[in-house]
Design a protein around this ligand. Structure first.
Ligand code: UDP
Ligand code: MN
Length: 269
């Protein structure tokens, strides 16, 4: 039963691959009983792919450009969709019955296997617009049929009325596709602690003080990713961000760097 369920992430370059490595370590160190799967793009270098294959049960190379399917077609109409289409590929993992997608910029703080009790499409509210779900963590059922519909939806929307999506990101697309998420079924609303974005910490500090210690997944949403900071292993301190950033989520960033420096860097050498 457990081998047909997996956590899935995506990395299209070496930077996000670093995130994927820390994510895998964090899932394993909290004893997940599920498989770990990484989708990688062709720009992830060979040494990084090798390290990923040590940490993940499966690493799938996804090259949307030579997939020869309708993803390629959609991409010809809207070239900016590259990463989004790569992410949608997770629906093709049909040797699994249920999966949890996690962005490469997420970090697991405790066991989250209970997510598999949820149905497609379960996700947590987006901190910026809570009627939308955040696509950094979501439960889905791989299905060729759904994948086909998503691609269809992807290439239709935009050519339709001449307008492109405001953002070509996967989040806008998935929210439009699973458009009744906000209203249809409350069990598909994951608690916020399964996708705690760093941004929410300073937008509602009292709530963070109250509930933050229950956080199960931290999401380093936004421009500054953990791997963009620099870290001093001697003093175990992180530099390079704005002062407020460091004050507000120092622990999470340190936790990420602690895993990266102790468990990932040695493998990359
Ligand atoms: N991603 C990637 N390469 C990129 C951008 C994004 O592999 O150049 C993947 C990665 O898994 C990432 C996810 O797509 O976590 C969503 O992007 P990101 O986390 O940067 O968006 P945010 O959560 O900040 O909105
Ligand atoms: Mn993210």
């Amino acid at each position: 039963q457990l081998i047909d369920q997996a956590f899935v992430t995506l990395a299209t370059n070496d930077s996000y691959a670093k995130g994927a490595m820390v994510l895998a370590k964090s899932l394993r160190s909290h004893s997940t009983s599920r498989k770990l799967v990484a989708l990688v793009g062709p720009h992830v270098s060979e040494p990084f792919r090798n390290v990923l294959s040590k940490m993940y049960d499966e690493v799938h190379l996804v090259d949307v450009l030579d997939s020869g399917d309708s993803a390629h077609l959609a991409l010809m109409k809207r070239p900016n969709l590259g990463i989004t289409l790569t992410k949608l590929h997770c629906w093709t993992l049909t040797h699994f019955s249920k999966c949890v997608f996690m962005d490469a910029d997420t970090l697991v703080l405790s066991n989250v296997d209970d997510l598999f009790e949820r149905e497609e499409l379960s996700a947590a509210p987006d901190p910026g617009w809570p009627d939308c779900f955040n696509s950094g963590v979501f439960v889905f059922r791989p299905s060729e049929e759904t994948y086909g519909k998503l691609l269809q939806f992807c290439s239709n929307t935009g050519s339709f009325d001449g307008k492109l999506y405001v953002s070509c990101g996967d989040q806008g697309l998935l929210n439009s596709f699973f458009s009744n998420w906000a209203t249809a079924d409350i069990s598909k609303h994951l608690p916020f602690i399964y996708n705690l974005s760093s941004i929410a910490i300073y937008s509602y500090l009292p709530a963070f003080k109250q509930f933050g210690s229950d956080a199960k997944v931290v999401h380093f949403l936004g421009q500054m990713k953990p791997w963009n900071y620099s870290y001093d292993p001697e003093t175990k301190s992180v530099q390079g961000g704005s002062a407020e950033h460091e004050l507000l989520h120092p622990n999470y960033l340190l936790k990420w760097w602690d895993i990266f420096s102790t468990s990932v860097i040695p493998l990359l050498k």
